[in-house]
Design a protein around this ligand. Structure first.
Ligand code: FES
Length: 180
């Protein structure tokens, strides 16, 4: 069937403005759409990655458990005392000879928080009655090993405890003590 001049002109117009052929600037409509879709996909991917990181990144506040925690100045802790450092989840035990230990307050049996009993001068686990002394040694089970310790460093008289690195022990050793 023969086409009229006006139909032919209409098809040409469609090809130039709405089809996938090259435009006057050399970019096809399809290519332009691919470019837009690619940018959108990259943006969505970046947003997804940022959301994933924000959700799963370690939430360690400065000075809180999981990082380095200041317990205070050495002079604040008398020999023969055990002090709970709540934000660090450890006890600072200063032995009679002045040596320092940072004892994780987590029972080595099943993980209950172990309170220090001033009246008994020992730790007594409320869950299954394990008992530990001021060095964290097991006096009575079922705890299988002493309380774990955290590394201590003294910075200008300040006691800084690294709660990111608990150390398991099978017994107390004087070499574990930090001396000033
Ligand atoms: S959790 Fe402490 S004795 Fe069981």
């Amino acid at each position: 069937m023969a086409t009229t001049n006006s139909q032919h002109a209409a098809r040409l117009g469609h090809a130039e403005t709405g089809g996938s052929g090259p435009t006057a600037r050399g970019i096809t409509r399809r290519g332009f759409l691919r470019w837009i879709v690619g940018i959108a996909a990259l943006t969505l991917g970046a947003q997804g990655a940022a959301g994933f990181w924000a959700f799963f990144k370690p939430r360690i506040q400065p000075g809180a458990f999981g990082g380095k925690v200041s317990a205070g100045q050495v002079a604040e802790f008398d020999p023969g005392t055990v002090t709970h450092i709540q934000q660090g989840r450890f006890y600072l035990s200063r032995l009679e000879d002045g040596g320092l230990l940072a004892l994780w307050h987590r029972c080595t049996h099943l993980g209950c928080t172990v309170p220090w009993r001033d009246d008994e001068t020992r730790f007594r686990c409320p869950c299954h009655s394990s008992i530990f002394n001021e060095k964290g040694e097991v006096l009575s089970g079922p705890a299988p090993r002493p309380l774990d310790i955290f590394p201590i460093e003294i910075v200008d008289g300040e006691i800084v405890v690294d709660t990111s690195r608990p150390v398991e022990r099978d017994r107390f050793d004087p070499a574990q003590l930090i001396r000033i």
